[in-house]
Structures are given as structure tokens and as C-alpha cells.
Design a protein around this ligand. Structure first.
Ligand code: NIG
Ligand code: FE
Length: 416
């Protein structure tokens, strides 16, 4: 089955030469586009693309069954959102108000709110209820242009509840047209009953949870919230080692509250990404150089919690790659809108539109292990793309913050 998208005003983020798995440093500012373009899809994959005039010469060769006229519109690869906590039971707007009144995120967590508040509601919810809520959220982000997403557990904090969350993610994987990766985050918070002896909770994660998760094949990645007031570098190292033994690649939370040693421990265990990075020093930037670990910034979390901004420009100038994801979760970023992440990348972190697009597509695809098949418009990659509303240019996407400019979405070549 062949589908042709024709008369595209501009086809954005194409790769005509060698396909890259990620982009870093000065390269992040490079992005190829083709004006007045066509895009041909066959059996869910990108078969060909180029200028309309070339298409007109070739058209006899192809057997197109469906044509879409994109006059006045641009086509982009869908966003990859490499960091979310999308399966949760309750919103937390009362804590949002507490924060406005002056409490910090850490203070709320200390008194049993925050992640523990979500864990209580998760324990009370059935798998079916969690699935239905997560499905709605997934539909919502898909309509905003997301085509691939990583989802973490972490609101369970008991073996049964963590397994329940991961089974929900498995069902989402089976039923959704989005590409989904799952991440086991049993070490997200320390349950009240383990306060003062958190090493016993770490033991539970290592000795009971990880083997059960692995037995059921429920997780692609292993995560730890390595930060001040949460899990230590030693806890993190032990958990990552256990996860690796059970076939899960590390992908961790680091340096949200403080320079915690999280970046270093992530790099040591070859994490596919280290995420948050609101607190970064020169040593952290140095430590990431020449590694396979993708530094990932979460603009929605820094915005929502009023945290300092990660030094994205400094990281790029140091030659590093940078990815930006939504962190969709009820406590620190109750939005999975990647169009907004794109805007924040430019407005708050001073990335150029080209850098911001690379940070939210190819580099996030890398951070979830799918950049060989997603993240750009390239021959042989999966046909995941969106057609915009009529807009003047690709720069308009980050510029027009708060507007939804995604009109039609195609995943695996099929319009959804
Ligand atoms: O990525 N920082 C740790 N975990 C989440 C927040 C979890 C919550 O507050 O519910 C995050 O920001
Ligand atoms: Fe997170």
C-alpha cells in the first residue's frame, strides 16, 4: 500500500545522506529541509521523498493508492518523548497550591505528599482504571504530535503496585499505534515505613521487584531517582547493577534537587540517558563528553517548579548532545505537550529552532533506543509524521507557543 503526501510547502528534518543516531555540539544546529516536496510511504515505512518536480518525472513508476494534498502545510517527523510518568491515578493540584503558598517540592515530599501521595492513589486504583486514564492521556499527546513515548512505573513503591503499573504499560504497548518503551522506576520514592532504613527498601527493589519484573519481561529500562532526599549514589549503583544483570539498560533521574553524583553514576553504568540536570557543574559536563549517555533536559519540570534552568547552551558548546522531553507526571510537569517543550527549548534555553527540533525528535529517539527507526524523515525509517495546519515556516512551530499547529497525524504510515 502506497500513500503519497504531495505539494508539501516544506518537508522538515530530512536526512538525505548518512543517517545519524543522534546529533551533538555544533551539528545540532544543522537540519535539512526540502521546499515544495513530496513524501511517499509504503507498508508503514518511508519509501522516498524529494521535490515535487522530481516526483512529476517519476510518478509513472509508483502505484499510489492514497493521495493527500498538503498545499500550504509543512510535514515534520513526530516528536519522541523519552521521559514520562504517564500512568498515574490522581492529579495533585492541591500540592500545586501549597507550592504557590511557599512550600518546596522537597518539603511536600518529606511530609508524605508528592510521590507518596500518588502511590497511595495508585494502590487504590484497579489495573483497568489506570489503563483507561493512561489511554486518554496517550491519545491526548498523540494529537499534539507525539509518535513515540517512554513510560515509567514508580507510583507503586510496592512489588504488587509496581507490577500493576508495568502491566498497564505493556497493554498500552500492545494496543496503541505509538511506539512505547517501558522503564522500571521502583526506586522513585522511599515509602514511609522504610524511612530511617531505606537500604531495606533498596533490598526489596533488588531482591524482589527486579527479578519479578524481569520474569514477566515488563521493562526495557531501569531507573532510579538519584538525588538529595531520595536515593543515594550507592543505592543507585546497587540498583543499576541488578537491573543490568536482568537485561535492563539504565536510564536515570539525576541532579534535579542538587549536584548529586547522579550524572557520574549514570555514565559509569552506561546509562542511555541521564535526565533532569537542573543542577550541573563543569565536572558533570566533562564527565558526559565522549560517552554514549544522552543528557536529557525536562523544560516542563523546571517551568512548573520554578527550578534553575539546565545550561543547555553550555552543554551544546562543549560538544555534547542535548535531548528535551516532557516529564509528563502529576507532581512536576502535568503536561505531555511536546509542542510546548519545543517552544520552551527556544524561549527559555535559547536553542535555535533547528537545535530544538533535533533535541525533541532524533535525540529523544536515541534516549529511548529507537533512533535507528524514528526521529527524522529518512528512507527506510518508520513513517511517523504530522502535517501542520497552514503555517508560514518551520520556525513558526516554536514561535507560536500555546497554539496547536498539528493537524493530521500518521503513525506507521496510517492516518490516525
Ligand atoms: O521526574 N523527580 C522525580 N520524579 C518525577 C516527579 C514525580 C512526582 O512528583 O510525582 C520527575 O519530576
Ligand atoms: Fe521524571
Amino acid at each position: 500500500m502506497q500513500t503519497l503526501i504531495k505539494n508539501i510547502k516544506e518537508l522538515v528534518q530530512v536526512e538525505t545522506g548518512r543517517q545519524k543516531l543522534r546529533t551533538q555540539g555544533q551539528e545540532m544546529a544543522q537540519m535539512e529541509t526540502i521546499k515544495d516536496a513530496y513524501l511517499l510511504v509504503e507498508d508503514g515505512k518511508i519509501k522516498a521523498f524529494g521535490q515535487m518536480c522530481e516526483w512529476n518525472e517519476k510518478s509513472e513508476k509508483w502505484k499510489v493508492e492514497k493521495e493527500v494534498d498538503a498545499t500550504g502545510r509543512l510535514v515534520f517527523p513526530t516528536f519522541c518523548d523519552s521521559h514520562t510518568h504517564l500512568v498515574y491515578a490522581n492529579s495533585r493540584e492541591h500540592e500545586f497550591v501549597d507550592k504557590i503558598r511557599g512550600l518546596s517540592y522537597e518539603e511536600i515530599a518529606k511530609r508524605g505528599g508528592g510521590i507518596l501521595n500518588s502511590a497511595k492513589a495508585t494502590a487504590a486504583a484497579s489495573e483497568e482504571e489506570l489503563y483507561d486514564m493512561a489511554w486518554q492521556r496517550l491519545e491526548g499527546v498523540m494529537r499534539l504530535g507525539t509518535g513515540a513515548i517512554e513510560i515509567k512505573s514508580g507510583y507503586g513503591l510496592s512489588t504488587e503496585s509496581e507490577l500493576k503499573l508495568l502491566r498497564v504499560i505493556r497493554r498500552l504497548k500492545e494496543n496503541s499505534p505509538l511506539t512505547i518503551k517501558s522503564n522500571f522506576l521502583g526506586a522513585h520514592g522511599i515509602p514511609m515505613e522504610y524511612r530511617g532504613h531505606q537500604e531495606d527498601y533498596v533490598d526489596l527493589v533488588i531482591n524482589e521487584m527486579i527479578p519479578r519484573v524481569a520474569d514477566e519481561g515488563l521493562a526495557d529500562f531501569i531507573d532510579v531517582f538519584c538525588d538529595q532526599g531520595f536515593f543515594t549514589v550507592d543505592d543507585t549503583a546497587r540498583i543499576l547493577e541488578a537491573g543490568i544483570k536482568h537485561g535492563m539498560r539504565p536510564k536515570i533521574h539525576a541532579n534535579e534537587m542538587a549536584i548529586s553524583g547522579g550524572v557520574q553514576v549514570g555514565v559509569k553504568y552506561n546509562a542511555i540517558s541521564v535526565d533532569h540536570l537542573e543542577q550541573m557543574g563543569d565536572a558533570e559536563i566533562e564527565c558526559l563528553k565522549g560517552t554514549d549517555t544522552m543528557p536529557t533536559i525536562l523544560p516542563g519540570c523546571a517551568f512548573f517548579l520554578n527550578l534553575p534552568l539546565s545550561p543547555a547552551r553550555g552543554m551544546i558548546e562543549a560538544g555534547l548532545p542535548v535531548a528535551m522531553a516532557s516529564d509528563y507526571n502529576p507532581g512536576t510537569s502535568p503536561s505531555g505537550n511536546m509542542q510546548l517543550v519545543l517552544s520552551m527549548a527556544c524561549i527559555r534555553y535559547r536553542l535555535t529552532p533547528e537545535e530544538a527540533l533535533n533535541a525533541t525528535t532524533l535525540n529523544t529517539a536515541y534516549a529511548m533506543g529507537v533512533s535507528g527507526e524514528l526521529g527524522t524523515i529518512a528512507v527506510g525509517k518508520r513513517a511517523n509524521f504530522y502535517i501542520t495546519k497552514p503555517i508560514p515556516s518551520y520556525e513558526y512551530m516554536p514561535y507560536a507557543y500555546g497554539e496547536n499547529n498539528v493537524d493530521r497525524i500518521f503513525l506507521n504510515g496510517v492516518e490516525i
